[in-house]
Design a protein around this ligand. Structure first.
Ligand code: SAH
Length: 368
């Protein structure tokens, strides 16, 4: 049994159970035994591969997008470049290399990283401090100072906690993580009922037994990003796996060494995530006065930003082994059967600003 499972069981024995959101938070973010404190979580030798881990082109294209947004905003100086959940720091490194080609960008940029994991923060420091730019770390977005706000969060929202509710006797009650007769971790639909006004419109008429997955935590975070952009100017990108339209069902999943495992397997030693409900995130952002675009699938987004051109340029200077790695990485981040379709991109700019290319006016998110 992992040390964290002991802690979880004690808490369940004391309180009768914990919400799925509490369980997820403990598994990922416990200050000592949480998953993100572990060495080697991300990357080929870890448990899962993200887009920046698969291809340098991902961060480079996002760098070009941020640089274009900075230009469109009138090149504010200074401005904040904020990343939430920077992982091993690869996305930021690739982003800065690309955006740094725009004259003035690196002189004006003030980098702020939002990270809770001490282990990953050390890795980000090692990778990014040699660049000699101003970088500050924060545990919460509230601690980031005010100013023109350029933001990116890749596979960040999927790590924020979700709640599960099950319809019983006409009401949604919260699902708890509890212990069965045999003493094993299990789900029990025995938590507090969801207030009627918190039931989303699409879920109101679902049949008995239906399960829904909600994340006020994600919506609150996205709203804070959108508010900064709306008030101070800037542009924001959330990239994650998930669905454009909400629906019944739950998507909590655990991964260890690139393989799916039970969500109760070795708590604290597996990555736990859930699909992002982009419509919930988009409406939370639009409510702050930002213009929201997307969600657009990651493949078309990256191709529109010049994926193929960049790949060809890199291939020209690469040896045979490197060419294979570059091609495989580009397929990984953009092909439909890989990350290209499941992963989606949501953008926000201040209300009334021009659509941020490659988004067009028609892709503006409208509450349905
Ligand atoms: N963006 C990176 C890493 C994704 S993994 C990439 O694409 O490779 C998720 C990241 O979010 C990790 O850096 C993790 O430590 C961080 N994280 C998870 N929950 C967080 C929270 N509540 N606040 C801040 N950072 C968090």
């Amino acid at each position: 049994m992992t040390p964290l499972e002991h802690i979880i069981r004690e808490k369940i024995a004391r309180d009768g159970g914990m919400t799925v959101a509490e369980y997820m938070t403990l598994c990922l973010a416990h200050p000592e035994h949480g998953y993100y404190q572990r060495p080697r979580t991300l990357g080929a030798e870890g448990d899962f591969i993200t887009a920046p881990e698969a291809s340098q082109i991902f961060g480079e294209l996002i760098g070009a997008w941020i640089a274009a947004g900075w230009q469109a905003a009138g090149r504010p100086d200074p401005f904040l470049l904020v990343e939430a959940g920077p992982g091993r720091g690869l996305l930021m490194q690739d982003l800065l290399r690309a955006a740094g080609h725009m004259p003035g960008f690196l002189d004006a940029v003030r980098i702020h990283l939002i990270e809770t994991s001490a282990a990953l923060k050390q890795e980000q420091k090692r990778r990014l401090e040699p660049l000699g730019l101003a970088i500050a770390w924060h545990e919460r977005i509230d601690d980031v100072p005010e100013g023109p706000f350029f933001f990116v969060g890749n596979e960040f929202l999927d790590a924020l906690p979700v709640h599960h509710f099950v319809k019983k006797d006409g009401r949604f009650v919260e699902r708890l993580v509890s212990l069965d007769e045999g003493g094993n971790l299990c789900f029990r639909d025995a938590g507090a009922p969801l207030a009627d006004d918190a039931v989303p419109a699409w879920a109101k008429d679902l049949p008995e037994g239906s399960i829904i997955e909600l994340s006020p935590e994600r919506e609150a975070f996205a709203a804070m990003v959108a508010e900064r952009v709306a008030v101070h100017g800037g542009a924001a990108l959330f990239i994650d796996y998930g669905h454009a339209r909400p629906g019944a069902g739950e998507t909590l999943q655990a991964v260890q060494r690139h393989r799916p495992v039970s969500v109760f397997h070795e708590p604290g030693r597996c990555d736990l995530t859930a699909h992002v409900d982009f419509s919930a995130v988009a409406s939370a952002m639009a409510a702050q006065g930002a213009d929201v675009y997307g969600p657009m699938e990651q493949g078309p987004f990256l191709r529109a930003l010049g994926l193929e051109l960049r790949l060809q340029a890199l291939l020209k200077r690469a040896d045979a082994r490197r060419r294979m790695i570059l091609k495989r990485g580009a397929k990984r981040i953009a092909d439909n059967d890989q990350m290209g379709r499941l992963f989606k991109v949501l953008a926000a700019v201040p209300g009334g600003a021009n659509p941020p290319a490659p988004f067009t006016r028609g892709q503006r998110w409208q509450h349905s």
